[in-house]
Design a protein around this ligand. Structure first.
Ligand code: FAD
Length: 563
């Protein structure tokens, strides 16, 4: 039996063992020590490191982070010296015996196994990258990115083979971070993604600008096609074969099609596993065994928006859950509030962020009483040079206006807006709270009406009937007249088929040309002039609805359509 040194006699000390020493496990251990100097804390990790920055791995591959040591947030020595926490690396926990309150640990260097008793056990084993069982998946040159050795091997492979091409299988956030970093190293990159869009958690029209940006940056996108197999050519090069039969040459292949909770130990120990495949825990992160807690990618927890259980492999929740588990073990009444999926990714200069539910997520959860607004404001005041658009979609429940989710794409200030909305969701905020939020403003940072305020005000207008919005999907079925209120030169550059052009600047003098009995679907460039027009028309007896987000959102929908 091993442990850290202390003045307290060993037998009198409560023994807390932690399996997995990275995000969830390390934060649990450190918090626990801050709360209780009397307990013995021991971390086991089967890898060679603890507390390393998984999130930095793509940037190490890309040479943005050049020193591997920078990825080590804390070492075993630091845990010992600062916190009196014992760390055993290269130590795989192979069994948990809840009735004996003991784990079996195999030393991966010597091959010997031993038993370690515990008073409390924390499982923080993370997730396992999904490797589809297709022919060729185990060939040299096919990688997943999960730990420091993985990224070291990718770096060596690129250097030794002088790789110039890569195929990234999977267009989620790890796949996209790898795209950015492989491009950074000068490789030609193709993304193979089974869905017809990148970033499956986004609604397709929000992913459209991302796809366009990557294409403009020279990334080849092969969407709506799955991985069939990976062939090896005679010269040693790899060929990724898609289900459609398309063949993509690759100097290396990154497989990033997602992760699943690592539940091997929990399952064998007879702990309850939830419907989504993660270890089932209560609000104190306690499993079905009262002496065992579980945190991080391995668990499933409630989504605060949909109320449904979900798995969410992100570092923030893992850290917070580690802290909650520590507090629970120390006897404090803290509870984990649940997750809302706040996430951000930067790809070749573009930022994509989201929080809460997407529209498709709401529909999947059976939630239909919601509305949405689209807006495309500048990230700061338009009169100050350099304003760049943020494409923002806000979803909210009807009629109470509770914020359900938001997604945004742009070059600057994107994550700031999503973070503000994420915080409002934490407090069960409504669109009225967004409209009223007092946010930073000086010309180079924002606007007197920040995009977050504007989104809230637009949603208020929808809720109180000032701005009836039309769903873009109505376009194909509606009998209404499509009214484009932009100027004729804008209309001439592109418009929705069958639209009639009556510019806002002429509406007051010409509105009687419009038949009153026919419903109107009004649009402009981004939605503002259409809102003015719709308000005017509504007050003159017309049934006018605004196509939220205007022609910009329309074109995003068009580009998002699978070809
Ligand atoms: P992990 O951090 O994965 O730690 C689990 C540890 O348990 C591992 O070290 C493993 O070796 C060990 N282990 C497993 N089984 C055993 C066993 N039987 N015995 C002993 N040890 C065991 N999240 C974000 O929020 N933002 C990002 O930008 C981001 N980028 C990422 C980029 C990459 C490349 C990766 C891989 C992940 C990224 N994540 C990001 C996700 C984030 O890193 C994880 O959600 C987080 O690390 C999960 O923490 P965890 O403690 O549950 O598991």
């Amino acid at each position: 039996m091993t442990g850290g040194s202390s003045d307290t006699p060993l037998l009198a000390r409560r023994r807390i063992l932690i399996v997995g020493g990275v995000a969830g496990g390390a934060s649990c251990a450190a918090r626990l020590r801050r709360l209780d100097e009397s307990v013995e804390i021991v971390i086991f990790d089967r890898g060679p490191y603890v507390a390393f920055a998984n999130c930095g791995l793509p940037y190490y591959v890309g040479n943005v982070i050049t020193d591997e040591k920078a990825l080590l947030i804390a070492t075993a020595a630091m845990f010992r010296d600062r916190f009196n926490i014992a760390v055993h690396t290269d130590s795989e926990v192979i069994a948990v015996d809840p009735s004996a309150r003991a784990i079996t640990v195999r030393d991966l260097v010597t091959g010997y196994s031993r038993q370690e008793p515990y008073d409390a056990l924390v499982l923080a084993p993370g997730a396992v990258p999904v490797r589809p069982p297709v022919p060729g998946i185990d060939r040299p040159g096919v990688f997943v990115v999960r730990n420091i050795p993985d990224s070291r091997h990718i770096r060596s492979w690129i250097a030794e083979r002088r790789a110039t091409t890569a195929v990234v299988v999977g267009g989620g956030f790890i796949g996209l971070e790898m795209v950015e970093n492989l491009r950074h190293r000068g490789l030609s990159v193709t993304v193979l993604e089974k869905l017809p869009q990148l970033m499956g958690q986004l609604d397709p029209e929000v992913a459209a600008p991302l796809q366009e940006h990557l294409t403009a940056k020279g990334v080849h996108l092969h969407l709506g096609d799955g991985l069939a197999c990976i062939d090896q050519d005679e010269d040693g090069g790899l060929t990724v074969v898609a289900e459609s039969g398309t063949r993509l040459a690759a100097g290396l292949v990154i497989v990033a099609i997602g992760v699943r909770p690592e539940t091997t130990l929990a399952t064998r120990a007879g702990l309850a596993i939830g419907a989504r495949g993660g270890i089932a825990v209560d609000a104190q992160m306690r499993t079905s065994d009262s002496s065992i807690w579980a945190v991080g990618d391995a668990v499933e927890v409630a989504d605060v928006v949909t109320g449904q259980e979900t798995v969410l492999p992100l570092a923030g929740p893992a850290n917070r859950q580690g802290r909650v588990a520590a507090e629970s073990i120390a006897g404090r009444p803290t509870h984990f509030r649940g997750i809302q999926g706040t996430a951000v990714v930067g790809v070749l200069g573009l930022t994509v962020a989201s929080t809460g539910a997407s529209e498709k997520g709401l529909r999947r959860a059976g939630i239909t009483a919601f509305e949405k607004v689209y807006l495309h404001p500048g990230h700061h005041a338009g009169y100050y040079p350099g304003a760049r658009p943020i494409h923002l979609k806000l979803l909210f429940s009807v009629p109470d206006g509770r914020i359900l989710g938001a997604q945004a794409v742009g070059f600057e200030g994107v994550e700031k807006r999503i973070d503000v909305i994420a915080t409002a969701i934490q407090f069960q905020g409504t669109v009225h709270d967004l409209a009223e939020s007092e946010l930073c403003y000086a010309p180079q940072f924002g606007a007197a009406k920040d995009p977050v305020n504007v989104a809230g005000m637009m949603a208020q207008n929808v809720l109180n009937g000032d701005m009836a919005v039309a769903d873009w999907r109505m376009l194909e079925s509606t009998e209404g007249l499509l009214l484009d209120v932009r100027e004729p030169d804008e209309f001439a550059r592109g418009h929705i088929p069958d639209a009639v052009n009556l510019p806002l600047s002429q509406l007051r003098s010409r509105y009687t040309e419009l038949a009153r009995e026919r419903a109107l679907l009004v649009y402009c460039g981004v939605g503002q002039r259409a809102y003015f027009a719709a308000r005017f028309l509504a007050q003159h007896g017309y049934r006018a609805r605004n196509l939220s987000g205007g022609y910009t959102t329309y074109t995003a929908f068009q580009r998002a359509r699978p070809v």
